[in-house]
Ligand binder design. Structure first.
Ligand code: SAH
Length: 352
């Protein structure tokens, strides 16, 4: 058997946090092993082991062989903050190449949830957001998205059953790896997370929204709208120049028609910009009749941006107005408010 072939592409060792079950089967067959071993190994990977040696029902010789020919992608917790109020944990994780990403573990009545990053950095350049201030470093692999969940489960000792892809990065700018991650984390031989318990948030990359309606219609889609007015939206989100409001809302309507699924619109309340009476009336006019839900987000103030939030009282007032206009609206609960590390701030704070 030619050993060099086992190393996967680019001479790098194949990462077992990354492979699909079928890829794992092929890998094992190439090693001269029985394909059924793959199921056993896949299950171990999603139990969060960090080395092949922890796979105790696999023979020692196979574990050693795997250790030479493959790897389990590693990430190190550089920093962790725990909210004393609600148990929220924010992680700053270091990847193998030294890049850093964030993820957030949250406890809800319905179970435990995690917010994962899809890229190191981001190239969308939204004005209010801390994650994109240094631009994009690189896409995360599917294994690195999965790793955030496995490390948080290992650290908390608690199972995670809801995932939001709302950390650093634009998931639809890393589409193939996002899809691979979703398929892997959903496999019943591993974690078996229900697709209905996964939410992907996009700033509105229309062609990928269309792909997603075709590829993953059971996963929830959230769209960062933040303004229904091209002038204000463009000021907040440069991506609006490429995909303006009318086209975006049209794509959203097509999405709901094709999938029968409601879209969540995220709407960050920026004082004097997105939260004015005029802006909110416009929002109501543009969304009326669309199968949707508006999630009002009190702005997490990022010092460098000079933007300020509207306050919860104004947020509640806006929610009430939208409801009265027939548009379901809620104000996002603030978790981990006492650890002040929202949206990219951990990474910036660490100077990386
Ligand atoms: N790129 C994806 C995921 C980004 S993060 C997207 O754009 O949807 C998830 C949400 O947090 C987005 O709606 C994003 O616009 C919002 N967000 C980013 N920074 C924020 C801040 N400082 N305050 C409030 N919401 C913020």
């Amino acid at each position: 058997m030619e050993q060099a072939n086992m190393a996967g592409m680019n001479g790098k060792l194949a990462d077992f946090r990354e492979l699909t079950l079928e890829e794992m089967q092929d890998f094992l067959v190439q090693m001269g092993e029985k394909p059924f071993r793959a199921k056993q190994i896949f299950a171990w990977v999603y139990r969060g082991v960090r080395s092949f040696d922890e796979m105790t029902d696999i023979s020692k010789s196979l574990r050693e062989k795997l250790d030479r020919q493959a790897k389990l992608g590693q990430m190190r917790i550089l920093k962790m903050q725990t909210s004393k109020k609600d148990g929220t944990r924010k992680y700053l994780l270091e990847l193998e190449d030294g890049n850093t990403i964030e993820s957030v573990f949250m406890k809800y009545q319905y179970g435990n949830s995690i917010c994962v990053s899809s890229q190191a950095g981001c190239r969308m350049g939204c004005r209010f957001c801390a994650s994109g201030m240094d631009g994009l470093k690189r896409n995360l692999t599917a294994g690195e998205i999965t790793g955030q969940i496995l490390e948080a489960e290992r650290d908390t000792g608690e199972p995670i059953n809801h995932i939001v892809v709302m950390g650093t990065g634009e998931p639809f700018d890393n589409y193939e790896n996002l899809l691979k991650f979703i398929r892997n984390i959903h496999r019943k031989e591993g974690k078996g997370i229900s697709l209905r318990n996964i939410t992907v948030s996009t700033c509105g990359l229309i062609p990928r929204m269309r792909d997603f309606a075709r590829d993953q219609r059971q996963v929830n889609l959230a769209v960062s709208l933040h303004s229904a007015d091209n002038g204000v939206r463009e000021e907040m989100m440069p991506v609006n120049r490429r995909y303006p409001v009318e086209e975006l809302l049209q794509a959203c309507r097509e999405y709901t028609e094709e999938t029968g699924r409601r879209i969540t619109f995220e709407y960050a309340l920026v004082h004097g910009k997105t939260d004015t009476d005029r802006q909110i009336r416009l929002l109501a006019d543009k969304l009326r009749g669309t199968l949707c839900h508006v999630n009002l987000i009190p702005l997490n103030e990022v010092k460098e941006t000079g933007l300020s939030g509207s306050g919860r009282a104004r947020a509640r007032e806006i929610a009430a107005f939208l409801e009265q206009q027939g548009i379901p609206a809620t104000v996002r609960r603030e978790l981990g408010a006492d650890i002040q590390a929202a949206c990219g701030q951990l990474r910036l704070g660490a100077g990386r």
